[in-house]
Design a protein around this ligand. Structure first.
Ligand SMILES: C[S@@+](CC[C@H](N)C(=O)[O-])C[C@H]1O[C@@H](n2cnc3c(N)ncnc32)[C@H](O)[C@@H]1O
Length: 237
């Protein structure tokens, strides 16, 4: 630890993940992530450097940089950027609108729930509600936690949840990526060993068994991170 670190100092952790939707993506190689940087104020009488107006980065020391040689240039952002460069102001609003009930953003809501229904017979209760359903990087987790039965139930529910003409956008994780997570719990290990519906069979299952009339391969994102180069499919109801 840097010699300037003393008891009572405030430590500010800055983690810049650069991940889609703020979600942790386990396939991303660890070396491509920004490291955690701990910034320690030199002056413990004003640990957040509030007296100087805009905080000055020279008042903060980083254990990573204390050896004189910087490990990364321009790579530590997030909280540390605001501390060292001052507040990041949002652009001024050009017009102030009062949200109208039933219109954006009042028509957006978030629900935290298990999309896998408990039993197959509950599927009949699902009514059509949506024109588009996105299912990105979810199938592996449902597959490992609920096996083939759970994943089939998710597919069937999504189908019923769509209005006629609706589309289902699916980004399944490849089978090779399952192995790294199979031993998370006894349940995931047991399900992993019993899986027979492999991701390469999803397109035929969704069209032949679930009811989607057709599908298109939309391509795979060309990203530098191999774990994100996953195929994306569009299924038509
Ligand atoms: C790797 S993240 C992908 C997140 C996001 N869809 C994306 O592409 O960035 C996997 C997501 O699957 C969700 N998930 C896993 N099992 C689920 C379930 N049974 N019901 C609903 N969501 C589930 C998790 O909550 C998590 O947000």
């Amino acid at each position: 630890m840097e010699t300037g670190a003393r008891a009572g100092c405030v430590s500010i952790f800055s983690i810049s993940s650069g991940e889609r939707g703020g979600e942790s993506r386990e396939e991303e190689p660890i070396h491509s992530r920004d490291p955690v940087e701990i910034l320690i104020p030199r002056d413990i009488t004003d640990p957040l450097n509030l007296n100087s107006g805009i905080a000055d980065s020279s008042c903060l020391v980083s254990p990573y940089k204390s050896g004189g040689k910087r490990r990364h240039r321009n790579r530590h952002h997030g909280v540390s950027l605001r501390i060292s460069r001052g507040p990041i102001a949002a652009p001024p609003l050009t017009e102030v609108t009062t949200p109208q009930p039933g219109h954006f953003p009042s028509n957006v809501s978030f629900v935290k729930a298990n999309y896998v229904l408990e039993k197959d017979h509950l599927l009949v209760t699902q009514r059509p509600e949506y024109d588009v359903i996105l299912c990105l990087s979810v199938t592996k987790w449902v597959h490992l936690n609920w096996g083939d039965d759970g994943l089939k139930r998710l597919f069937k529910r999504a189908y019923r949840h769509l209005r006629p003409g609706g589309i289902f956008i699916l980004e399944p994780q490849p089978w090779e990526s399952y192995g790294r997570k199979k031993k998370l719990t006894d349940v995931t290990y047991r399900n992993y060993r019993n899986i027979s519906l492999k991701p390469e069979q999803f397109t035929s299952y969704l069209t032949n068994e679930v009811g989607f009339t057709s599908y298109q391969y939309l391509g795979a994102p060309k990203t530098a991170v191999k774990g994100f180069q996953r195929p994306i499919y569009l299924f038509n109801k």
